[in-house]
Write a protein that binds this ligand. Structure first.
Ligand code: 5GP
Length: 114
């Protein structure tokens, strides 16, 4: 199988502005930011999307959310708030088939999204 775009970022084949890394996760700034702070947090092990996650992925999924909160704090978003988004499938707006959590903040975000 060919590598996903995010695997190429994880392996440093494609440069990115990395803001956080540990042994199972990487966070980097989105190339097309939708807010003053827009970071993508991705597992290094590929799970295509939430819909394909298995029970065996539950620790990874939990760690993803905990790390998202940690990265948001690190980037100064905790006080005013922020949004976490996981797009799933075509109608969900998922364009890269490698699970990722968007961390968006730095301005008030409307609800519902368009
Ligand atoms: P999705 O639409 O799949 O939820 O999110 C994919 C995100 O990846 C988009 O917000 C898009 O701007 C971002 N993206 C696409 N290509 C690149 C890239 O080469 N580098 C970075 N840093 N982000 C990218």
């Amino acid at each position: 199988m060919s590598k996903t775009l995010f695997e190429r970022i994880i392996s440093r084949e494609i440069p990115a502005d990395i803001v956080f890394e540990n042994e199972e996760l990487l966070a980097f700034r989105d190339i097309n930011p939708q807010a003053p702070v827009h970071v993508l947090l991705v597992p290094k092990r590929v799970v295509a999307r939430v819909d394909e996650a298995q029970r065996s992925d539950r620790e990874l999924l939990g760690n993803l959310l905990l790390a998202a909160a940690q990265v948001a704090r690190q980037l100064g978003l905790a006080e005013n708030g922020y949004r976490l988004v996981i797009n799933n499938g075509a109608d969900g707006g998922e364009t890269v088939p490698h699970l990722h959590c968007h961390i968006l903040g730095g301005r008030p975000l409307g609800w519902p999204p368009g």
